[in-house]
Write a protein that binds this ligand. Structure first.
Ligand code: ISJ
Length: 265
């Protein structure tokens, strides 16, 4: 791959045209994405669970049986596709099988990823995990009827989580390029376990979990005028760390494995 064609260097984001594709630069982007994720969880925690928004059909249109949240996200994704969001290889839609073309001219993204592995998309799984397992961990139970704002908040979380998890494709590409001789036998054997072992860095994972806990403590601390010892958080920092440890990191690694399995197709 001719990286000299990649001329832009002012961005921390791979899909925006980063000059040197290195594990360090990719990890920098993942670190920055932690801020977006923590803030999006804090914002979502303003609302209770509001499960009717994503569980029941609220549509008055009999042809449409989706939940309010699903309807909202389908429609917004069409709009975002029309302004070019999904031309960016960092972005993976939840519902669009046939992504509408951008109505406007879009920038050319450098061809960083391997074409035959580009289409890895586990958003169906991310959707289920988010609504069934993650949300109940960090929002209060209950229903205040504020479904439109809740759906918008859920979409912000889902997009941030999906971007982070699918960044695994870039991580995998760079790890492969750094050591093709290590990865090729496992790819040829389609050995998922061996690939998982090769790409895992436990120390890095521990650091990520500690750092996001600290970010949740810092960004989500209740600020009071009267000083006191007790600290309250908008989202429990230990829960944020757990969300990373039990879901986000394993799903990112799943994307890495799925990408690598196709890397020699
Ligand atoms: C993303 C990477 O791959 C793996 C996944 C990690 C993560 O999701 O944070 C961290 C370390 C690795 O075990 C990486 O090496 O940075």
């Amino acid at each position: 791959m001719d990286m000299s064609k990649v001329v832009e260097s002012d961005s921390s984001s791979v899909g925006s045209g980063v000059l040197q594709l290195s594990l360090d630069s990719i990890r920098e982007s993942l670190i920055r994405q932690e801020d977006t994720i923590v803030f999006s969880l804090i914002e979502r925690a303003k609302f209770p669970l509001n499960s009717p928004a994503f569980e029941e059909s609220h549509s008055l249109d009999s042809e449409n049986s989706s939940s309010l949240t699903e309807f909202f996200i389908r429609e917004i994704e069409i709009l975002q596709a029309k302004v070019g969001r999904y031309e960016n290889p960092e972005e993976n839609p939840f519902f669009l099988d046939n992504i509408p073309h951008s109505v406007f001219p879009t920038r050319k993204y450098p061809p960083v990823l391997y074409t035959k592995a580009l289409s890895v998309n586990i958003n169906k799984r991310i959707w289920d995990v988010y609504f069934k397992e993650l949300l109940p961990l960090f929002v209060k139970p209950g229903d205040d009827g504020n479904y439109p704002l809740t759906a918008a908040s859920d979409f912000a979380c889902l997009q941030a989580l999906s971007r982070r998890i699918h960044y695994g494709k870039f991580v995998a590409e760079v790890k492969y390029r750094d050591a093709p001789q290590d990865y090729e036998p496992a790819i040829r054997a389609q050995d998922k376990e061996a690939l998982m072992k090769l790409l895992t860095f436990e120390k890095v994972e521990e650091m990520v979990k500690k750092r996001v806990q600290k970010k949740a403590e810092t960004f989500g601390q209740e600020v009071k005028c009267i000083t006191g010892d007790e600290k309250n958080y908008k989202v429990d920092p230990l829960v944020v760390s757990r969300i990373y440890g039990e879901w986000l990191i394993p799903l990112t690694k799943l994307v890495e494995v799925e990408y690598l399995l196709r890397r020699l197709d």
